[in-house]
Design a protein around this ligand. Structure first.
Ligand code: SF4
Ligand code: SF4
Length: 110
């Protein structure tokens, strides 16, 4: 039983050694399904460009622990947060094609 748990955790990405910044437009970016996010913040320290944060405090009146969101223009599409969320906590992050993201949310990603 214990070995199964350790095998599961082996697939969790390493924490980044330093914070980087985006250099090119990614093919996919991370989108948090806020209705499905527990707000545990486990994903935040794993992001190599530090672009995950709790949503603004006034966005929801419930639940008391707010979900997180991704600052979309800073995401490099590495998928680490999605793996961390799936392996350590929940399954609230989707990797979305950048063109489709722009259409869906009527925005431009640099
Ligand atoms: S790890 Fe998943 S559930 Fe936890 S804050 Fe991040 S997106 Fe939300
Ligand atoms: S995919 Fe996730 S971990 Fe990677 S840069 Fe985007 S928000 Fe950060």
């Amino acid at each position: 039983m214990a070995s199964k748990v350790y095998d599961h955790l082996k697939q969790v990405p390493e924490l980044p050694q330093k914070v980087n910044t985006k250099k090119t437009r990614p093919k996919k970016i991370a989108w948090v399904d806020e209705d499905n996010c527990t707000g545990c913040q486990a994903c935040i320290p794993f992001c190599p460009v530090d672009c995950i944060e709790p949503v603004p405090a006034d966005k929801y009146t419930w639940p008391p622990i707010p979900p997180v969101h991704v600052r979309e223009n800073e995401c490099i599409g590495c998928q680490i947060c999605a793996k961390v969320c799936t392996k350590l906590t929940w399954d609230a992050i989707r990797m979305v094609n950048t063109n489709e993201y722009e259409e869906r949310f009527d925005t431009i990603i640099d």
